[in-house]
Design a protein around this ligand. Structure first.
Ligand code: BGC
Ligand code: BGC
Length: 597
């Protein structure tokens, strides 16, 4: 039987190139037997290759994909594999896949990317609000549709796997990744983990636009002391299980195909080395049968040298390692560890089985290349309409004195101020075209200012001023201020007040004595008590993405406000952490708060 499998693979590749439809995934038994047959053909080098995930632009040569039989590639934030268009990604993907299919056993690669709010690295993609805003919609069906559309755009570029959803439960707004989670409670984590996994994967991983989901970061990423990124969690196990684990349990029940291990430590031990949490809890107790992937260079943070990092992390239960550049030394050292008996072959086989199972389930052997027909709906009007709906439903109205909102579309003279009003980069935030995000219009979209202009009557005079000077004589003003983009630890802050520049813009407008509506663009609640006091109306708009029209839709009353706070809103820095359910809970606005018309 030894020759049967390669022969079958060649045959099925030929079938797919002959454009015949095949049903890639039959029942579980046939998946399992295909995996076992393939595993039986593999050398130890080939098995280790499958466990290796390299960053596309860190390959020394594309030959390495074939020569090392690499199992996976990824694109890091802002690191496109080719020309940064949907077509360019698809072309690059197919090229890289061809290299993989030249390896001895012709096992396709699985390619991952951080599509965390739409296919956000790709120029022109539909960019949705970040998860913190989606959490405020309380609309699981909408979030499932958003994930479905994201998957369609991801699949249109050939990519198989998204490192999403992030189901962190952020407890401390000082954390730079607060916006990546859906909100501060396990309740939101559970609802939206399931919605997102269903949307990405659909009922079958074999679907032509199904994309492998990855619940991350397991576990406790949102619970670090002081909200420090990659920091230490000082909770006891019961608290972690109650607040940070429930979303994983539900994601597993809904067949999430992969889970990413978190950089954080729990009581001083790094998750990447935790056999207890990865093998005993995740794989054995919760029955997770998919791929456990490490985070980017995550194993490097374990104590000891690189070789011992590999030993500890693989023995802890990690199946695939996001190396992302050190793939050659990773492969050499893991092979040594196996030869020396320090990593059992049974552990390697467990990892490779999980990886191959997902590849078989996805139908990658039969359909290794991009389905170009999906490109037709990339960033379509229908996709953007759903992103716009997400924006509308994510907005939270915190204050509305004297019914300042909704504004009348026939208002004679409207003043718009603040640089966040007319800047796609600022309204998208981090993980948008680049890893850290961009503070200029780096991709097409509708800015909030354009949305306002599209909405008011043809007789309305709209004046835009970045610094807010000259508002006297206008009937009302909309001031859009907020944070600069950031991602991960670069967004950790000890001060969440507005910049002096933004405060001045609000003051300038306020001094004109006209009604002032403040719209805040931010990845988390900010300490803006006095700005809220001074505004007539105040809206938390989070990081809405490319479809800024959704903001105007609600400000002018075409739709009501319906968003409810996914985070308790602190009065001042000294209140943080402030989370629902805690003793002496005294936020400025409680979790779940939100006015409507
Ligand atoms: C990559 C990101 C990655 C980060 C990790 C960056 O260079 O672009 O995708 O998350 O490094 O530190
Ligand atoms: C982040 C992950 C991300 C990975 C790949 C890491 O720095 O923590 O969330 O999936 O990079 O970009």
């Amino acid at each position: 039987m030894k020759l049967a499998i390669p022969f079958l693979i060649i045959l099925t590749l030929c079938v797919s190139s002959c454009k015949e439809k095949s049903n890639p995934v039959a029942d579980n038994n046939s998946v399992e037997s295909r995996v076992e047959k393939l595993l039986g053909q593999m050398t130890i080098e080939e098995k280790i290759g499958q466990m290796t995930q390299a960053e596309c632009n860190q390959l020394t040569s594309k030959n390495d994909i074939k020569d090392y039989a690499l199992g996976s590639l990824l694109s890091g934030g802002g690191s496109p594999p080719g020309t940064n268009t949907a077509q360019g990604w698809a072309d690059a993907y197919d090229d890289l896949q061809k290299w993989a299919l030249q390896s001895r056993l012709k096992i396709p690669i699985i390619y991952g990317v951080d599509a965390v709010h739409g296919h956000n690295n790709v120029y022109g993609a539909t960019i949705f609000p970040h998860n913190i805003g989606l959490g405020c919609t309380l609309d699981a069906d909408l979030v499932e549709r958003a994930a479905r559309i994201t998957a369609e755009e991801v699949a249109a570029t050939g990519i198989d796997w998204t490192f999403a959803p992030c189901i962190a439960v952020p407890q401390d707004e000082r954390w730079g990744r607060t916006y990546e989670g859906f909100g501060e409670t396990a309740e939101l984590q559970k609802i939206f983990a399931v919605a997102a996994v269903k949307g990405f994967q659909t009922a079958s991983l074999a679907g032509n636009s199904s994309v492998l989901a990855c619940a991350k970061h397991y576990v406790g990423d949102g619970a670090t002391t002081g909200g420090k990124d990659q920091g230490n969690v000082l909770y006891d196990e019961a608290a972690i299980r109650a607040k940070h684990l429930p979303g994983y349990i539900d994601a597993i029940k809904n067949n999430v195909g992969s889970i990413m291990v978190s950089y954080n430590s729990i009581n001083g031990s790094k998750m990447h080395g935790s056999k207890y949490w990865i093998t005993d809890v995740l794989k054995k107790e919760l029955g997770f049968t998919g791929i456990v992937v490490s985070d980017w260079n995550g194993i490097d943070q374990l104590p000891g040298d690189y070789k011992s990092d590999i030993e500890t992390s693989i023995n802890a239960g990690i199946d695939m390692v996001m190396v992302p550049g050190a793939y050659k030394s990773f492969i050499v050292l893991l092979k040594q560890l196996v030869t020396e008996g320090k990593v059992p072959v049974s552990r390697i086989d467990d990892a490779v089985r999980r990886i191959l199972k997902v590849k078989v389930q996805m139908g990658l052997f039969e359909k290794p290349f991009t389905d170009r027909s999906l490109l037709a709906s990339f960033a379509s009007a229908a996709h953007k309409a759903v992103a716009r709906e997400c924006v509308r439903k994510s907005l939270v109205l915190l204050k509305n004195s004297a019914q300042t909102l909704p504004l009348n579309k026939n208002i004679a003279k409207l003043f718009v101020a603040g640089k966040h009003a007319d800047n796609i980069g600022l309204q998208c935030g981090g993980w948008s075209i680049s890893w850290q995000g961009l503070s200029y219009t780096a991709t097409p979209g509708t800015t909030i200012l354009q949305g306002i202009k599209n909405t008011v009557s043809s007789t309305t005079q709209v004046t835009y001023s970045q610094n807010g000077a000259g508002a006297a004589g206008y009937n009302a003003a909309i001031v859009v201020v907020g944070e600069q983009p950031y991602a991960e630890g670069s967004g950790d802050r000890t001060d969440l007040s507005l910049s002096a520049e933004d405060k001045l813009i609000i003051q300038n407008v306020k001094s004109a004595g006209i009604p002032v509506v403040v719209v805040l663009i931010s990845g988390r609640p900010m300490t803006v008590s006095s700005e809220i006091d001074n505004a007539d109306a105040f809206v938390a708009a989070w990081l809405p993405g490319t479809e800024g029209q959704g903001v105007a839709d609600v400000l002018f009353g075409d739709y009501p406000f319906s968003g409810k706070l996914s985070h308790s809103w602190p009065k001042a820095m000294a209140d943080i952490p402030v989370n629902t359910g805690q003793q002496n809970y005294l936020p400025l606005y409680p979790y779940g708060y939100g006015l409507t018309y």
